[in-house]
Design a protein around this ligand. Sequence first.
Ligand code: GDP
Length: 445
Amino acid sequence: MFENLSERLSGVFDRLTKQGALSEEDVKTALREVRVALLEADVSLPVARDFVKKVQDQATGQAVTKSVTPGQQVVKIVHDALVDVLRGEGDPGKLKIDTPPAPILMVGLQGSGKTTTTAKLAKRLKDRDGKRVLMASLDTNRPAAMEQLAILGNQIGVDTLPIVKGEDPVAIAKRAKTQASLGGYDVYMLDTAGRLHIDQELIQQAADVRDVVKPRETLLVVDGLTGQDAVNVATEFDDKIGVTGVVLTRMDGDGRGGAALSMRAVTGKPIRFVGLGEKMDALETFEPDRIAGRILGMGDIVALVEKAQETIEAEQAEKMMRRMAKGQFNMNDLKMQLEQMLKMGGMEGMMSMMPGMSKMAKQVEEAGFDDKVIKRQVALIQSMTKKERANPQLLQASRKKRIAAGAGMDVSDLNKLLKMHRQMSDMMKKIGKMGKGKMLKQALS
Ligand code: GDP
């Protein structure tokens, strides 16, 4: 998927990669092409414009890391920005369906894949979450659509509400609600009628059903191949009915992918799932990382980005190391180091990058150093003034009291932090004096 966009971006970055350093002009040129590519991929103009501006702000003034190529660096920035726009809050696969029977309203245009998605999602809820699910079709205009849902239900082993001829959608919804309660179902899914275009009657019908069942989730099913139209459809449905999430179908096709980006940016609604085929298990939780990687059209983009990140961190560590060796280890350095530890998921990763640190890692571990402690220490340092951070010797009783109070802790906590800083600082000096050869030896020992 997203071939057109990805090819375009690959071209831009190939050209960039061949050049030496990343100048402002390079960034501009690359981003101009990114913008054109986004527009060609059916991303709406304001979204493309905003996106490029954001990336440009981030990229400009960023030092070129010597171990990655300028192209890689731009890729990383664009990738991160894409993920940023695409990501919603929380886990996209987690639906609010805790209180049984929880109604889920499925809305969307005819042919978007609404009925198929209803069944796919029902299967997922049954198989993965062990939910008892009841499905009901409200498409009274098209008996074939009601039949289709019954057939799919049979196929996946999920119950459907028996079809009663002549009933209107609201009556069916009420019956589904009653049946779900009496039958002890955890979830009931209502597959509303679709139309080829949005019309007043369709919207009114969905709104009436909504008012009767008060859905916990209202999922809008949108054909991922429709690009810009998808955004208009989403806006309309959200305005009139209120949508809690989006499912993008046909993401297995060679669509242009613009829908994912602009729909998210314009409606602000989280994309929850993507449909990746006609089969009943071809539904996956939306993963912004993966989609961003695919938009960029580089299969190994995530690995590449991680590698770049590692390199950048290693360089930072090296720089800090040099400062430490000169005995310049202040509270800012300590804070940076503590934050790195948090980011890297513990002491070990961080220490392993710094020669001579393996022994200390053990000591710190024995002292009961965990993430919570680290976070508290960072809070203490944040409570210091700039001057105090640069020169911890300034910290006399009154300052200590203020700092501890500012971080909501006791002076004894601060004293512990200062002691650790002193010990580390001494050790840094020693290591510094040892010189490079010995440092290496100690690291290897
Ligand atoms: P509805 O009118 O919105 O209920 O649409 P349907 O559920 O009947 O789907 C229309 C067609 O799209 C059917 O042939 C489905 O098999 C197909 N379809 C639905 N979702 C996907 C998908 O994610 N990928 C592909 N390739 N086809 C899909």
